[in-house]
Design a protein around this ligand. Structure first.
Ligand code: SF4
Length: 634
């Protein structure tokens, strides 16, 4: 791993580590699915010891995949595991600290004394790793930073980086360099910023450029989990960072490797890109989220949430129901339009105008020639390219909102300067470059360098048949810009095969719409649904995470914007669910602890009653909405 080696795929087992045969069987399935490193939890010495049986069992059937012991809180388990497996993962937030959730003011002297205490606990492990040739991952987790780090640096990327560096400096002092580093968070912005900052700090301190293990923690399941992982991991891969990847899904572990592989292979198989003009200096702060400053045009840019534009330019609309795919429903009784939380804001119809009155809340974008002829310009806006805009008789385009589409080539500095003062222009940018995100980012940098404040909608065109890769590619290309505050809207365009029929096209419209909203949510720029921060489960898990997540989702998925943590164990769960509003955490067999933020509100709730109690807690806070009410509101 690292250097010129391929980017490696990692995953983690979920069965109890004491179940030797179950662990072996699971590892076999994982390896078959493409996993190259397998992590197994070792919560105490007895599990650490059992890694030997698992390893021997695997060797017996010819599987020599490197094993990694996952350690929290238990240095003695780490010291034993380091003698057995290829690598030990420690969490610097809890290796030598037990979390007390206290804010403590450290003086320089008391801080130094704490570091001394860590040294004493950590040095034996470093010595063992050196002796046995065992690798180590110093794996920081945003949700489980120590009280010491939190009190000095807060809950920040800098705190995450410093947390790892405290341990790394000790390793280097002992000439132990067999190390990988990670900076995981379930918040994609924080995660991206922390990895970037880590790389910069390693460089500044003259530390070695250690391999990076990339991951978004508690990403969740299904499409949401894949989008969130791609936004975080894909952004860093685009930056050229990352030597091993784990996609954490609340699904069977063998589902993770194919997703990680699809993300990685995009780079391994990539052809050389078209020239992208280099930057002299980076005009954004890559370590802190700041949305690009724009002026408001109609309802786009400035403080407006990024808008979603559905592309129907290749789908002929004939029926009211054709808009269902993008969240707009016509209800015959009471004879009106309704919209769900993922109702597109705009529809681009090109040359095929919607043949009926637009639903409330939906605006239409037409190609300029079509728009110019349309009788009813209410809620309809024109789209032109740069050349058309320059040639057009501007008095013919008196519109509150004009979209000008272009690429990094057509939206050159001269043209941008000529439209900079226009208060009704939104740019719609796209690219043909195989390396889409860097080229689009370069275009944003040009706008910032020229101090041009026009809002920008990002367009990407994907083959409608791409299936799973569509989600990952779109989340990387667009999410990678959004996490840096670049972009005021998304237009995802499906490219259909010639013989595609209308039902198939409408299905694609629905998928593309859902991905667009998912990307905005994962990049934390627009919340349109409940967010579930569910752990991927491991040998510590106290209930069936997939089943429980599905049950909680069924009851709460209408609570737009609320974040619910679903964590398999109370040892790490509360820390790992980081910024969740509520937590559902396993604390014993059939026993659940319920959290409000980081505070435990109810302990030992019977599992059968826990969802009702969780709903009660949300009601107490006045944040509950009856599902029927939501339908009416919509
Ligand atoms: S929170 Fe989930 S993944 Fe993390 S240690 Fe507990 S059970 Fe395992």
């Amino acid at each position: 791993m690292g250097s010129d080696n391929p980017i490696r795929v990692q995953s983690m087992t979920t069965v109890d580590t004491m179940d030797t045969q179950g662990s072996i069987d699971e590892v076999v399935r994982m390896v078959d699915s493409g996993c190259e490193y397998v992590r197994i939890t070792a919560p105490s010495v007895k599990e650490a010891q059992n890694l030997e049986n698992i390893r021997n069992g695997l060797h017996k059937i010819g599987i020599r995949v490197p094993l990694i012991a996952d350690i929290h809180f238990t240095p003695n388990a780490a010291e034993l595991a380091a003698r057995i497996v290829e690598k030990v993962r420690i969490n610097p937030g809890n290796y030598a600290d037990r979390k007390r959730f206290e804010v403590i003011d450290y003086t320089d002297a008391s801080y130094a004394a704490e570091l001394e205490r860590i040294r004493e606990k950590f040095i034996p492990l470093v010595r063992i790793c050196k002796e046995y040739g065992t690798a180590m991952r110093i794996g920081t987790n945003h949700g489980s930073l120590s009280d010491r780090i939190l009190s000095r640096y807060g809950d920040t990327p800098l705190g995450m980086v410093e947390s790892a560096l405290e341990f790394l400096r000790i390793c280097e002092e002992f000439n132990y360099f067999n190390i990988a580093l990670s900076m995981k968070s379930s918040n994609t912005q924080v995660m991206v910023e922390a990895y970037r900052l880590l790389v910069q700090r390693l460089d500044e301190e003259g530390l070695k450029p250690y391999p990076l293990h990339l991951g978004v923690t508690e990403a969740g399941e299904a499409e949401d989990g894949r989008i969130k992982s791609a936004v975080g991991i894909g952004t860093l891969l685009e930056d050229g960072l990352g030597d091993t990847v784990r996609v954490s899904l609340t699904e069977a572990p063998e589902k993770e490797a194919p997703v990680a592989r699809a993300l990685i292979e995009r780079y391994t198989l990539r052809t050389p890109h078209d020239y992208i003009e280099p930057v002299e200096s980076c005009p954004i702060n890559p370590f802190q989220y700041t949305r690009r400053s724009t002026t408001e045009v109609y309802n786009i840019g400035a403080l407006n949430v990024p808008r979603v534009i559905a592309d129907y330019s290749d789908i002929e609309i004939t029926r009211l129901d054709d808009l269902k795919s993008i969240g707009h429903f016509f209800l015959p009784v009471p004879d009106k339009w309704a919209m769900n939380d993922q109702g597109a804001d705009y529809i681009y119809t090109g040359k095929n105008p919607v043949p009926f009155m637009l639903p409330n809340g939906l605006k239409e974008i037409l190609d300029f020639s079509q728009w110019a002829e349309h009788q009813d310009k209410q809620n309809r806006f024109p789209l032109l390219n740069a050349a058309e805009y320059q040639q057009a008789n501007l008095s013919r385009i008196s519109s509150q909102l004009i979209f000008i589409k272009g690429t990094i080539h057509t939206l050159n500095a001269e043209f941008l300067q000529s439209i900079r003062e226009n208060t009704n222009v939104v740019l719609l940018v796209h690219t043909e470059n195989g390396h889409a995100m860097p080229e689009l980012r370069r275009l944003f940098f040009r706008l910032i360098e020229l101090n041009i404040k026009l809002p920008v909608v990002i367009q990407r065109i994907y083959n409608a048949q791409l299936n799973d890769s569509l989600t990952l590619y779109a989340a990387t290309d667009i999410g990678g810009l959004l996490v840096d505050g670049l972009g005021d809207g998304i237009l995802l365009t499906p490219a259909f095969t010639e013989n595609a029929e209308i039902p198939e096209k409408l299905k694609s419209a629905s998928i593309f719409n859902s991905i667009a909203f998912g990307i905005l949510q994962a990049a934390r720029t627009r919340m349109s649904k409940t967010e579930y921060i569910s752990c991927p489960s491991c040998g510590r898990t106290l209930f069936d995470l997939q089943e429980t997540t599905a049950m909680i989702r069924k009851h709460t998925e209408h609570l737009k914007g609320i974040k619910i943590g679903i964590m398999g164990c109370i040892v790490n769960g509360p820390g790992e669910m980081a910024d969740a509003d509520y937590g559902y955490v396993g604390m014993g067999k059939d026993k659940i602890a319920l959290y409000r933020g980081q505070e435990v509100i109810k302990r030992s709730v019977a599992a059968a009653k826990a969802v009702d109690e969780l709903i009660g807690l949300i009601k107490e806070d006045g944040r509950w909405i009856d599902p029927n009410e939501v339908e009416v509101l919509n």
